[in-house]
Each structure stands twice: as structure tokens, then as C-alpha cells.
Design a binder for this molecule. Structure first.
Ligand code: PRP
Length: 187
């Protein structure tokens, strides 16, 4: 185990907190209200893109006041580095048929858009009644694929961020805020 991981996460590992927990909570509440309003009269299927979505999904579900269904899909786009490999594959498919359903994909972050572009094309071929995307974070500076985001909580600059579900090398997902790590941790 690396020395910096022995014991608790420490502020010495964090260069900058970009979005604190109360700010996330407020925007997730807004997102839940918007979904409840926009999908009223339907039972939308929320599809979480694993694994980064899980913290957002858990909080968002409890802010939605209409009936919803829940499913997950796992798509891999990144290796153990901070750069997108451009290689996208399905690791876990949906268990729900989406034909005729109102589907809302829930992402933690849209970066290059490669993951989402691929996922949307695949899901569209299954003939949902509607297909839209909601994301916690949008990093437009790195976009390679044009993606229509129906909902987004925050636009962020081109910095590698962790916390609130987002990882570096499968760590830091459990931080309750979005932050930038000290550069020496990446090497
Ligand atoms: C992250 C994130 C998105 C994707 C965004 O997932 O959750 O799915 O990368 O990047 P892109 O817009 O450049 O495609 P990752 O593959 O890191 O897996 P994780 O959710 O398990 O952390």
C-alpha cells in the first residue's frame, strides 16, 4: 500500500476543492426537481453508468418525487491512467428492455464524450421512447464527440477531478466533495 494511503485521506493529498458538499447537494436537489417535473406522468428508467455514478444516483433518487425505475450499465473507457484510451466496451449490459421507455442516462462526468457517444448509439438502436443524459460534471474543454446534455449540474475546467464517485486508480470515490489531487500523487 502506498504510504499516503495508510490511515485517513488527508488534506495534504488535495490541491484544491472545486465543489464542496453543500453545493453538490443543492444542485442535485435542483436536478431531482427538474426530472420530477419533466417526466411527470411517465415512469422514466434511470440508467446509471457505473461505477462513477453511484454516489450521484443514490442522492438523486431521493430527490425525485415521481415513480422511477433503475438500472445500470458498465462501460469501460479509461485504463488505470488519467487519459482516455478511446477504447470503449460494455462490461455489464442493462437488465431492462428499454423499447418504448423514457430513458435517462446518469453520468458522473462527461469528458471526451467517447463513452457516452458509444452508449447513446447503442441504446438508441433499442428504440426507447426518449433517450436523454444527465451529468453531474461537464468538462467541455476536452470534448471530442458532440453530446446533447439535457441536464448538467456543473461545468468544470480541464482538471482531473476525484470524489463524489469519481476515482483515480479506483481510489477517492468516497470523498464527499469534488477536488483536484496534488500532482505528485499521479506519478
Ligand atoms: C468515466 C466517467 C464516464 C467517462 C467519461 O468513467 O464515469 O463514464 O469516464 O469520460 P469520456 O467522456 O472521456 O468518455 P470511467 O471509465 O473512468 O469508469 P468509472 O465510472 O468506473 O470511474
Amino acid at each position: 500500500m502506498p504510504k499516503y494511503l495508510a490511515g485517513k485521506y488527508s488534506h495534504s493529498q488535495i490541491a484544491e476543492v472545486l465543489i464542496d458538499a453543500p453545493a453538490i447537494e443543492a444542485r442535485v436537489a435542483d436536478l431531482g426537481a427538474a426530472i420530477s417535473r419533466d417526466y411527470a406522468g411517465t415512469i422514466p428508467l434511470l440508467v446509471g453508468v457505473l461505477r462513477g455514478c453511484i454516489v450521484l444516483m443514490a442522492d438523486l433518487l431521493r430527490q425525485i418525487t415521481i415513480p422511477v425505475n433503475l438500472d445500470f450499465i458498465a462501460i469501460s473507457s479509461y485504463g488505470p491512467t488519467t487519459r482516455s484510451s478511446g477504447v470503449v466496451r460494455i462490461q455489464k449490459d442493462l437488465e431492462t428492455s428499454i423499447e418504448g421507455r423514457h430513458v435517462l442516462l446518469i453520468e458522473d462526468i462527461v469528458d471526451t464524450g467517447l463513452t457516452l457517444g458509444y452508449t447513446l448509439r447503442m441504446l438508441r438502436s433499442r428504440k426507447p421512447a426518449s433517450l436523454a443524459v444527465g451529468t453531474l460534471l461537464d468538462k467541455p474543454a476536452r470534448r471530442l464527440v458532440d453530446i446533447d446534455l439535457k441536464y448538467r449540474c456543473f461545468e468544470i475546467p480541464d482538471k482531473f477531478v476525484v470524489g463524489y464517485g469519481l476515482d483515480f486508480d479506483q481510489l477517492y470515490r468516497n470523498l464527499p466533495f469534488i477536488c483536484v489531487l496534488r500532482p505528485e500523487l499521479y506519478s
